[in-house]
Write a new protein. Structure first.
Length: 191
């Protein structure tokens, strides 16, 4: 004789089967939600595609595919010292810089190698392709946005020619700094 639960008269195996089915449905929903969220990001599809900085103002994704460096290892003292803000460098595996979050472009370099943007969470970001590339006068850089443009996370902002940067004797390190990092609490850098 099968045991029955007091409420409803279902046997214990039936109750366990229903519970297992509910848990399975919940797990599938979670997986599909995470996949949909990740698919919406059109930037780099590498391990560096993950969130690399967080603070009270939001999250920042890697602005380029490649190897993430802590700020202190960016090959330029102005950036590595923290004087301009907290952030990371990325030794890129391709010639593209992507928006690390949604926001508005607030300033662009006329040489096409860098820009500044303000995130929806009010983070003031500096994004730059290469170190000391200003002297290349735009050769090898294509800025794909202009001041005032609204951008979404993963949107391509800058295209650059890594070979031209190397031939000019510069590092192609992509820099991302939060210039007003001290305005926000709980800043975490995952580099």
């Amino acid at each position: 004789m099968a045991m029955t639960a007091a409420a409803g008269g279902f046997s214990l195996p039936v109750i366990f089967a229903i519970a297992a089915a509910v848990i399975l449905v919940i797990a599938v929903c979670i997986v599909l939600t995470v996949r949909k969220k990740n698919a919406a990001f059109n930037g780099p599809k590498t391990t560096e595609d993950s969130i690399i900085m967080t603070c009270d103002a939001g999250e920042l994704r890697a602005p380029a595919a490649g190897t993430v460096l802590p700020r202190s290892q960016i090959p330029d003292e102005t950036f590595s010292s923290g004087y301009l803000g907290e952030g990371v460098g990325i030794l890129p595996s391709s010639g593209a810089v992507f928006a690390p979050c949604a926001g508005v472009v607030t300033s662009v370099e006329n040489t096409g190698h860098g820009l500044q943007m303000k995130s929806d969470g009010k983070m003031e970001l500096l994004l730059q392709a290469g170190i000391d590339t200003l002297d290349m006068r735009g050769d090898g850089f294509e800025l794909l946005v202009k001041k005032g443009d609204r951008v979404e996370a993963g949107q391509k902002l800058i295209a650059f020619d890594r070979d031209k940067i190397e031939k000019a004797g510069h590092s192609d390190c992509v820099v991302m700094l939060v210039m007003n990092a001290s305005d926000f609490g709980n800043l975490q850098v995952r580099a």
